[in-house]
Design a protein around this ligand. Structure first.
Ligand code: HEC
Length: 128
């Protein structure tokens, strides 16, 4: 009986909170509209993005996005981030995590968010 109720609760949770069943990046990839990064391939934007990352993101995601050793905070040096549609990353920075474990960065000017995204998508490169 308990097992059955547990099963039902899990099914409900998967329907109500689809983000629990997949990574935030996968979730964003499904629902965020495509956006082009106005700074794609721009080295100065990448450098500005690195500084912004150190100030705003490094405390959780670790130096150069390598992770902080806690399973709940994903490293950002993955192919999921590298190959993501820029629109999906823009969505994550605008909305944060639905579980509120990551805050929204909507307060940063849009140009700064694109600089951060330029930096993020340069991270996985050496692993390819
Ligand atoms: C307070 C800690 C915290 C801060 C600060 C933070 N994040 Fe996060 N971030 C998280 C957590 C926790 C998750 C996982 C959330 C989830 O899966 O629901 C996450 C997930 C992500 C993801 C999705 C990764 C994936 O593979 O699913 C990206 C991209 C990301 N963060 C980028 C950033 C950027 C860029 C910044 C700075 C502008 C930032 N984060 C600041 C905690 C943080």
């Amino acid at each position: 009986m308990r097992g059955r109720i547990g099963h039902i609760l899990t099914s409900v949770a998967l329907v109500v909170f689809p983000a629990l069943a997949e990574s935030l990046m996968q979730h964003a990839g499904k629902i965020a509209p495509h956006r082009a990064n106005p700074y794609a391939g721009n080295e100065r934007a990448r450098e500005a993005g690195q500084k912004l990352f150190d100030e705003n993101c490094g405390s959780c995601h670790g130096e150069a996005g390598k992770g902080n050793g806690r399973a709940k905070t994903p490293p950002l040096t993955t192919r999921f981030v590298h190959d993501a549609d820029p629109g999906a990353l823009f969505w994550v920075l605008r909305n944060g995590s639905p579980s509120h474990s990551m805050p929204s960065f909507q307060h940063l000017p849009e140009a700064q968010r694109w600089q951060i995204i330029t930096y993020l998508q340069s991270l996985g490169e050496e692993q390819k």
